[in-house]
Design a protein around this ligand. Structure first.
Ligand code: ATP
Ligand code: MG
Length: 225
């Protein structure tokens, strides 16, 4: 990503189940706490979880790899579970104080679309769904600018309806997601239990791919594999 996740913008990781989206998000909650000279932002993280997949145990596993104390790292992550899309929206609309007080430099919404997708079903609800999602994403952009934070969201994929032969998937959220995520990374499963991360959209980098491996230590890149 040319130096990491950008602040004051939205970075989206999308892909099928088990491709490592939540693993990356949890690891970023650790690495954001690193000092500037080690690539961090010396700040805390706010994790909004819609699928109950955040695990403190996982954070404790990952922290030592970055020479951070697991207990200290955990204390600087503010966790909130969102039960509905409306709850998710309200949580973030009321997060300003928490972000200031917690010295938050990373906001994670994992996943940003799942509630919207499961609640607004059918063609007649597509327009209101997209409108609400759009409002929510713009709120996230405003927050990232106001507080100089990185915003990382995850998103699922669905089969492309008009693809007959090849297995073609596209991210949920259509043009609304596409226009608000400044950086988009597509994750897929590769051979030998590897994951492939493809940079699909970036404001300043060309398309590119890199292998990742999910291990006890977290998500490891090419240099560790
Ligand atoms: P979903 O769409 O269901 O939310 P996801 O993309 O968020 O999926 P993750 O939960 O990030 O998927 O990744 C799950 C993968 O991470 C599994 O393949 C699992 O084996 C692997 N994984 C989780 N914890 C560990 C660990 N401690 N050591 C090795 N691999 C792990
Ligand atoms: Mg997940």
């Amino acid at each position: 990503l040319g130096g990491g996740v950008e602040t004051q913008s939205i970075t989206e990781f999308y892909g099928e189940f088990g491709t490592g989206k939540s693993q990356i998000c949890q690891q970023l909650c650790v690495t954001v706490q690193l000092p500037y000279e080690h690539g961090g932002l010396d700040g805390g993280a706010l994790y909004v979880d819609t699928e109950n997949t955040f695990r403190p145990e996982r954070i404790m596993q990952i922290a030592p790899r970055f020479n951070l104390d697991p207990e200290d790292v955990l204390k600087k992550i503010i966790f909130a579970e969102a039960y509905t899309s409306n709850h998710q929206v309200v949580l973030l609309e009321n997060a300003d104080e928490v972000i200031k007080d917690g010295d938050i430099r990373l906001i994670v919404v994992d996943s940003v679309t799942s509630h919207f997708r499961s609640e607004y079903i059918g063609r007649e609800l597509l327009a209101p769904r997209q409108q609400e999602l759009n409002r929510h994403l713009h709120k996230l952009i405003r927050m990232s600018r106001a507080f100089n934070t990185a915003v990382v969201v995850t998103n699922q994929v669905m089969a492309q309806p008009d693809a007959f032969f090849a297995k073609v998937v596209q991210p949920v959220g259509g043009h609304v997601m596409g226009h608000t995520s400044h950086t988009r990374v597509f994750l897929r499963k590769g051979r030998d239990n590897l994951r492939i991360a493809k940079l699909v959209v970036s404001p300043f980098l060309p398309e590119g791919e890199t292998p990742l491996r999910i291990t006890e230590r977290g998500v490891e890149g090419e240099e560790d594999i």
